[in-house]
Write a protein that binds this ligand. Structure first.
Ligand SMILES: [Zn+2]
Length: 217
């Protein structure tokens, strides 16, 4: 691994930054996406996964013909309420990874699912070979401490790549100050948008549907 610096758009970039295996944070993934010419607002998850060599499969998760590939996966799935499964990230026998998404869910939810599974992929793939997800905000409060922490991390990862704070600030400074318009721009649910505005301290509590338009930063 060399330490040669590269200059991109007059900015000095970190060495080897575009290597997918070195990505360990949302900002690094977004930089990778930008360097690959992938649209980031809204984030083009299909192109991104293609570049990362991660397979996305949209399917009804009730039958699960393709993902019943091992005993571990089968038992994971049996434990879950199949109706509530949003997505599953799993390693294939050849070492590649697949994100299976519930095709019956709304597209915004599917996008959050994919982003969440990318969080597991980049942060936790060395700790397991299958990650099954039901309702994200619920799963943060159930299960053992380690599992809860991983769910928090995957949710934060997802929110950050789908709705980067600096992009929200940019939109707000361009006059887009209501949650619905912001959510539409990022192709997320208004609930996810609201969570992210709260998390990034951009929500004006006095006017629920509006966010501060005088943000400096
Ligand atoms: Zn998860």
């Amino acid at each position: 691994m060399g330490f040669k610096k590269r200059i991109i758009n007059n900015k000095i970039d970190f060495p080897e930054i575009e290597k997918p295996e070195l990505i360990d944070s949302p900002s690094r993934l977004l930089l990778f996406a930008k360097n690959q010419g992938i649209t980031c607002v809204p984030l083009d998850l299909n192109s991104l996964c293609k570049k990362l060599n991660i397979n996305i499969v949209y399917q009804s998760l009730f039958q699960l013909p393709e993902i019943q590939r091992s005993e571990i996966q089968r038992s994971e799935i049996q434990r879950s309420d199949k109706n509530n499964i949003s997505g599953i990230l799993f390693r294939n026998f050849d070492g590649s990874w697949t994100i299976s998404v519930n095709e019956n869910h709304h597209i915004n939810r599917q996008r959050f699912t994919i982003a969440h599974e990318l969080g597991h992929y980049f942060l936790h793939r060395h700790e397991g070979s299958v990650f099954t997800d039901e309702i994200f905000f619920r799963s943060m409060y159930f299960g053992n401490e380690k599992k809860q922490k991983m769910e928090w991390q995957a949710n934060e990862f997802a929110a950050t790549i789908l709705m980067p704070r600096q992009e929200i600030v940019k939109l707000i400074s361009n006059g887009i100050v209501d949650i619905e318009s912001l959510a539409r721009t990022f192709q997320v649910s208004t609930l996810a948008m609201r969570f992210q505005l709260e998390r990034t301290q951009l929500l004006n509590d006095n006017k629920v549907n509006y966010v501060y338009s005088d943000i400096k930063n």
